[in-house]
Write a protein that binds this ligand. Structure first.
Ligand code: PHE
Length: 464
């Protein structure tokens, strides 16, 4: 307690300048962090997981996971990153010198490789689809034609690789400009565009005759389909959605100013991210049902059903271009943060300069990701644990490494770093009077968050 009361007497620093680059404004922090959270997870994963796992029933479980786990880990990571002034490895080394906690950061770099491995491929398909919808080549109301178009894209090794490389070149190109001029400026410009396009497509979808059935599919609660797997799915989704459990938010936290209110920022980001997910569901399902299509799951929804749906509506090609552009924007913001984790590894741990680190990251990902890119062609029959590289990368990151990372981070914060440090960090050294928020965070991160992750993981193991 003594330590706690002495905090108030510490000199207060505002907006202190650090050695490295930091985000230049609060808005920039918000758009960069939201840019990381919003991504293919909202448009490609959230709608089908919700629709196929009991609608509102899944949504409730997802919200519980987000409030009790996702947001808390996000606050925790940003706090550690800012306090430790570096990426996950550097921050944990600084905050727990001589201990093995930095390994959590190292696992985060592996997660970033795994996620980018498959994510850059899906983003590649999205980029390809912008051009295909512009040229009208995928505009057909016949799902067989759109299936054929998608299959020929993913089964073609050259196209798969080239689109992935284009994605890596674009994302790496932005990162060459650095944190402020690259990440911050890009997300500040693109996030409003994403919102506008999403509203546009959403209104179009909702005003179609028969739209209500899609809303029913998305929101009608069906508790009968909830199993232990559903909980792991929801937890994994909440980690993936909020970009937590793999050091990404620690890296971004190290770019936060010292007067940034972290709990408020994290809550706003989580809320806005949820809104984008719901809006994506509202943009997709009413249109799918209005034209009598079946809501398929996974990639086929985005790349097979959606083109056929758009082809069925007046001005469909315009809306389809809008839809794939907004999806591409969403994926770019997320990939900037994923690449940044690896870039800072080369930069901060291996001491390479930033530009070289960016180039090496993109090159390493082109090699590592090619196994996922070729999962539908050359390497389709190569399976590990029964999964192709694409599925393996996805499963290992969302359902294994991120929950484990989140568990270790919350244990570190609640049990090792402790209340006095948390209080100092989250009150911005006494500048903010947010004691109740800090108290709540401490209670959750010490007991509730780790307990929930352990229960979900154990539950899953028993089922297997
Ligand atoms: N949050 C991103 C999405 O929903 C994915 C992501 C995961 C980004 C982990 C960074 C880190 O698409």
């Amino acid at each position: 307690m003594e330590e706690v009361s002495s905090i108030k007497t510490l000199p207060v620093k505002t907006g202190s300048v650090r050695a490295g680059e930091i985000f230049s404004s609060r808005l920039g922090v918000l758009t960069a962090t939201l840019g990381s959270a919003v991504g293919l997870g909202n448009i490609w994963r959230f709608p089908y997981l919700t629709g196929s796992n009991g609608g509102a029933a899944f949504l409730i479980i997802y919200l519980i996971c987000t409030v009790l786990v996702g947001i808390q880990v996000m606050v925790g990571e940003q706090m550690l990153g800012r306090a430790g002034k570096g990426n996950a490895i550097a921050a944990l080394r600084a905050l727990a010198p001589g201990k093995a906690w930095w390994l959590v950061g190292a696992a985060g770099v592996i997660s970033a490789f795994l996620i980018m491995g498959f994510y850059s491929e899906v983003a590649g398909w999205v980029f390809a689809y912008i051009f295909k919808s512009l040229s009208g080549s995928i505009l057909s109301t016949d799902p067989q034609v759109t299936t054929q178009a998608f299959t020929s894209l993913i089964a073609n090794p050259t196209q798969s690789l080239v689109w992935q490389w284009i994605v890596l070149a674009v994302t790496g190109g932005i990162l060459l400009f650095g944190v402020t001029k690259g990440i911050e400026r890009t997300t500040k410009t693109l996030m409003p565009v994403l919102f506008l396009l999403l509203i546009l497509v959403g209104i179009r979808s909702l005003t179609l005759p028969g739209a209500a059935q899609g809303l029913t599919y998305l929101f009608k609660p069906d508790f009968s389909v909830i199993t232990a797997d559903t909980f792991l799915e929801a937890l994994g989704l909440s980690f993936f959605k909020l970009s937590v459990g793999m050091g990404c938010m620690m890296t971004y936290g190290s770019y936060f100013r010292s007067d940034q209110n972290i709990p408020t920022t994290a809550t706003r980001v989580a809320l806005a991210d949820l809104m984008v997910s719901l809006m994506a569901g509202i943009a997709i399902f009413p249109a799918v049902f209005a034209f009598g299509f079946k809501p398929e799951s996974g990639p086929s929804l985005l790349f097979i059903t959606i083109p056929a749906v758009f082809a069925s509506m007046p001005l469909g090609n315009v809306f389809m271009v809008a839809f794939f552009v907004l999806t591409a924007i969403a994926s770019i913001g997320a990939m900037l943060s994923l690449l940044e984790v690896i870039v800072t590894f080369f930069n901060q741990q291996l001491g390479l300069n930033r530009k070289l680190s960016v180039v090496l990251t993109a090159a390493a990902l082109a090699v590592f990701g090619s196994a996922a890119a070729l999962s539908n062609s050359t390497l389709a029959n190569v399976k590990i644990l029964g999964l192709t590289f694409f599925d393996l990368y996805d499963y290992m990151s969302s359902n294994v490494l991120m929950p484990l990372g989140g568990l270790l981070i919350s244990v570190f914060i609640g049990w090792i770093w402790g209340y006095p440090n948390i209080r100092k960090a989250l009150s911005n050294e006494g500048m903010l009077k947010n004691e109740r928020v800090i108290g709540m965070f401490f209670g959750l991160i010490k007991f509730v968050t780790p307990a929930l992750i352990v229960i979900v993981l154990l539950n899953k193991l028993n089922i297997l």
